[in-house]
Write a protein that binds this ligand. Structure first.
Ligand SMILES: [Zn+2]
Length: 165
């Protein structure tokens, strides 16, 4: 090793850290894996995607949006709480009319995930009352919903019937 370093004196090689050029790829192609960003900041991606709530440390109330103070008790301390990825459908609406560009019908539901009420669409199911029933068991699922010009993928979520998985 010592002799190798002596054969490449510093005054003969560039000292700038340009190692990436040796792969022959421009900087923006060094990573093959598309970057993914969650559609909402309470969706946590990774090996085991899950929802994350802000939980009031005083009373345990959970909120998915950012709060300055707890709506239940008024205290201001929150901690992050992982929400169960399986739940039970407590209420739903089959939405037949929506803004242009949003495919209808779809199922908007409230899912009880181990005591935490989650508003989400019920997906991977025929959107009719024969297939969507109160009390059906659901599981969190994530899916790409679009990509920006830089190749960053937006990831959305819904709840799919547990049996189908
Ligand atoms: Zn509280």
């Amino acid at each position: 090793m010592v002799s190798t370093q002596r054969s490449w004196p510093h005054d003969r090689i560039p000292v700038e850290p340009r190692g990436c050029d040796t792969f022959g790829l421009p900087d923006d192609r060094r990573l093959d894996v598309a970057e993914q960003v969650p559609l909402v900041d309470y969706l946590v991606l990774g090996d085991e995607p899950h929802l994350q709530a802000n939980e009031c440390t005083a009373c345990g109330a959970r909120f998915f949006d950012r709060r300055n103070a707890c709506a239940s008790c008024g205290k201001t301390e929150f901690t992050k709480a992982a929400i169960a990825t399986e739940g039970v459908l407590r209420s739903f609406t089959i939405v037949a009319f929506a803004a242009p560009g949003i495919p209808v019908p779809f199922v908007a539901g409230i899912i009880d995930c181990d005591g935490t009420q989650v508003r989400a669409n019920v997906v991977d199911v025929e959107p009719d009352p024969e297939h969507v029933t109160l009390g059906m068991k659901l599981k969190l699922t994530t899916f790409p919903i679009g990509e920006d010009s830089a190749g960053t993928e937006a990831i959305g979520f819904g709840f799919a019937p547990l049996e189908a998985n």
